[in-house]
Design a protein around this ligand. Structure first.
Ligand SMILES: Cc1cc2nc3c(=O)[nH]c(=O)nc-3n(C[C@H](O)[C@H](O)[C@H](O)COP(=O)(O)OP(=O)(O)OC[C@H]3O[C@@H](n4cnc5c(N)ncnc54)[C@H](O)[C@@H]3O)c2cc1C
Length: 298
């Protein structure tokens, strides 16, 4: 059982003016968000939130900390897939035997986030809710067809990750909802490719997640490819995925799918690379991920 290690015993000075509330259940957290409205901000591991506070990008008068909610960091295999509590921290997830057995590529995607100090503090719920485009887990989990559970004043609802990321730093969560759980379906094969253009501990220039299923004759039964970090939200090109279904992934077909992804997506330009460069890299890394899954990578 993973242990919750993100208590906020030492509150930084700039937070002295902020009321720090510590509910012990998700329902209580949501009720506090209802009570305090626009004044409140959820804080989980605090990796993004403390930076936003420091840079004065946000100025909440109330922080609703999820750090004292018990049992919110579980990792559990169930019949419909792997269930991960929103408070599970990335470092525990990358090392978890359950995650590694369930999907080694998913464990890999967690292990390449930033650096060990970040992963020791960051929760998966926080990583997804932050909806930072330059991230790793969102692309991999979108490829795997994961969905999340959100708890709000009207109860619980499920949101597919395909519909969760709405834009830069924006998700489908209501301001009064908290993300409580991530559910990941099982896939026989998968691959995660992080492309870094700056430092080895940096955020991705490009993130490619692939999930695939093949029949005994090695014909592709199902394929999902999600590209993140180079675009605003993780994106799939369903027409290109469909090209694989019912076919053997030959060199030509892999190249054609990679080309479709490269042409159809509209990459952005930032410090990690230009749109032109990213388009080139999408072709390279979609091909690399497809090569891995056709060779049996999990
Ligand atoms: C130096 C550095 C390098 C990094 N490199 C990478 C990288 O390579 N790849 C990558 O993927 N990420 C990277 N990150 C981002 C990091 O992974 C995220 O900041 C972290 O995962 C956020 O999780 P947290 O638990 O700290 O969330 P917090 O900072 O506590 O919260 C983040 C956001 O989510 C909201 N929130 C948190 N939990 C919930 C919840 N359960 N329900 C609803 N809303 C919630 C908060 O209100 C806030 O808006 C990096 C960050 C830093 C500082």
């Amino acid at each position: 059982m993973e242990v919750c290690r993100h208590h906020h015993d030492e509150v930084p000075k700039f937070m002295n003016q902020i009321k720090f509330l510590e509910p012990t259940t998700f329902a209580e957290a949501s009720a506090l968000l209802v009570e305090h409205g626009d004044e409140a901000k959820v804080i989980a591991g605090g990796v993004s939130v403390t930076l936003m506070l420091q840079q004065k990008l946000i100025a909440p008068s109330v922080l609703v900390s999820l750090g004292r909610i018990g049992g919110g960091d579980f990792i559990r295999r169930e019949s419909d897939g792997l269930h991960i509590g929103a408070l599970a921290i990335l470092h525990d997830l990358e090392r978890s035997q359950s995650v590694r057995e369930f999907c080694p590529s998913l464990a890999h995607a967690f292990s390449v986030v930033g650096n060990v100090r970040v992963r020791n503090q960051a929760t998966l719920g926080g990583n997804l809710s932050a909806a930072d485009y330059a991230a790793d887990p969102p692309a991999m989990l979108t490829a795997l067809g994961a969905h999340i559970q959100a708890l709000g004043p009207d109860g619980t609802r499920e949101i597919a990750l395909d519909e969760f990321f709405l834009g830069f730093y924006t998700t489908a969560l209501q301001p009064t909802e908290v993300l409580t759980e991530i559910i990941v379906p099982a896939w026989p094969r998968a691959s995660y490719q992080k492309f870094l253009s700056l430092s080895a501990e940096g955020r991705p220039c490009l993130a490619v997640g692939v999930a695939a299923d093949f029949d005994s004759g090695n014909e592709c039964k199902d394929l999902r490819i999600a590209v993140g970090a180079a675009v605003e939200t993780p994106q799939r090109v369903t027409e290109a995925e469909a090209m694989a279904r019912g076919s053997i992934l030959t060199d030509e077909l892999v190249a054609a799918i990679a080309e479709e992804y490269s042409q159809r997506l509209d990459p952005l330009t930032d410090v990690r690379g230009s749109a032109w460069y990213r388009r080139e890299m999408i072709r390279v890394f979609v091909k690399r991920a497809l090569d891995e899954v056709r060779n049996g990578n999990r």
